[in-house]
Design a binder for this molecule. Structure first.
Ligand SMILES: Cc1ncc(COP(=O)(O)O)c(C=O)c1O
Length: 368
């Protein structure tokens, strides 16, 4: 169908910064700087400083950041890692693929792990907690770190959706042993293909990741320090991401403006739950504007049929996919939200008129 408002407009985003992107492309290509060059190093330095950590290590994907973080502390067979029941499947797959068991905990109204339920999931095999900062809003990391310290657990932050989000002024990805980032094209900082990174204050973890992304090799000495992977962030992608990172503070402001427009246009509709929260300690960066509609599919289908492209994440929670063999301990909030979630278009390319159109379609669904 011909949408009036697309969920994302990557071509439009490119045209906004075309001169800078094209210049970077020609510089990298004409110098032949394809693998592990200055652009990667520069981006890593700028990312670390943006997040507030000592190191950043560029990788191929958010998934790589997660499993390499777990491997860095030797989490594997027989170990358990706690994570939310509502997240993208890659969070759980990273745990399974190092040989450990994912132990799921229900989420709260903010879509993040319910911190009051973490302790009851801890067993003698628990080695780590993987909070996921979903949609651009951090999990309550004050509480997560408190529980982790008490029980001597490692914290690996899945921050793939929340670059720039903060709690008490401290950035997502700067609390745990590592912060894990995805630069998948439609992330708040998205490349033109897959990409990811680890941020950390721990020099050993940074070194481990730097070697593992290169098949375990120390590039200076040629020594292999273990069986690794091929998962280095491309130099060309790093050059593009570095440009976009410079725009990110302004782009986050714009995202907040749009979220505010949705709030003003929709907050009187009783059947909608909007993603605005009272906790003044945490700032939302609106990677996704996920609302809950009591009308579920009727609501999202109506938007789609009226030219508004929306994203549904997820009608079927990952623990209900049989092939994944993840233990379902019963997660009422995740069940409820999965029937109701709908993400509205929110990106830096969208115009105020388009936001107004989305609001008018939603109001017409509710007869307003
Ligand atoms: C919460 C979360 N975790 C992990 C990932 C995995 O990132 P990637 O697709 O870069 O592997 C993503 C993004 O896709 C994500 O949203």
């Amino acid at each position: 169908m011909g949408y009036k408002v697309r969920f994302v407009e990557p071509g439009r985003n490119y045209r906004m910064i075309r001169d800078e992107i094209d210049a970077a492309y020609f510089e990298v290509m004409s110098n032949g700087d394809l693998i592990d060059r200055g652009q990667l190093k520069r981006f890593e330095e700028n990312l670390a400083s943006f997040v507030g950590t000592k190191y950043a290590v560029g990788l191929n994907s958010g998934y790589d950041a997660l499993h390499i973080s777990l491997r860095a502390v030797g989490i594997g067979a027989g170990d358990e890692v706690i994570l939310p029941a509502h997240t993208f499947v890659a969070s759980a797959s990273a745990i399974v693929n190092v040989g450990a068991k994912p132990v799921l905990v229900d989420v709260g109204k903010d879509f993040n792990i319910n911190v009051d339920k973490i302790e009851e999931a801890i067993t003698q095999n628990t080695k780590g907690i993987m909070p996921v900062h979903l949609n651009g809003y951090m999990a309550d990391m004050v509480k997560v770190m408190e529980v982790a310290h008490q029980h001597h657990l490692v914290v690996v932050e899945d921050a793939c959706q929340s670059l720039g989000a903060k709690m008490n002024g401290k950035g997502a990805g700067a609390w745990g042993l590592t912060g894990c980032w995805s630069f998948y094209p439609f992330k708040i900082l998205g490349g033109y293909g897959d990409g990811g990174a680890i941020t950390t204050d721990d020099p050993d973890v940074a070194l481990f990741a730097t070697r593992m992304r290169y098949n375990g090799e120390d590039r200076k000495t040629g020594e292999y320090h273990g069986h690794g992977f091929t998962c280095l962030l491309d130099n060309l992608q790093a050059a593009f991401l570095d440009i976009k990172l410079r725009h990110l503070p302004d782009w986050i402001k714009r995202r907040r403006e749009i979220a505010q427009q949705y709030r003003e246009g929709l907050s009187d509709l009783a059947d909608l739950m909007l993603p605005h929260y009272d906790d003044t300690r945490r700032d939302h960066v609106y990677q996704n504007y996920v609302l809950r509609s009591k009308q579920g599919d009727f609501f999202s289908d109506y938007l789609q049929n009226n030219g508004v492209e929306v994203l549904i994440q997820f009608r079927k929670p990952y623990y209900k996919h049989e092939a994944l063999k993840v233990e379902n301990r019963g997660f009422p909030e995740t069940e409820a939200l999965s029937r109701e979630v709908c993400s509205l278009p929110l990106n830096v390319e969208i115009t105020d008129e388009e936001v107004g159109y989305v609001i008018s379609v939603i109001r017409s669904f509710y007869g307003k």
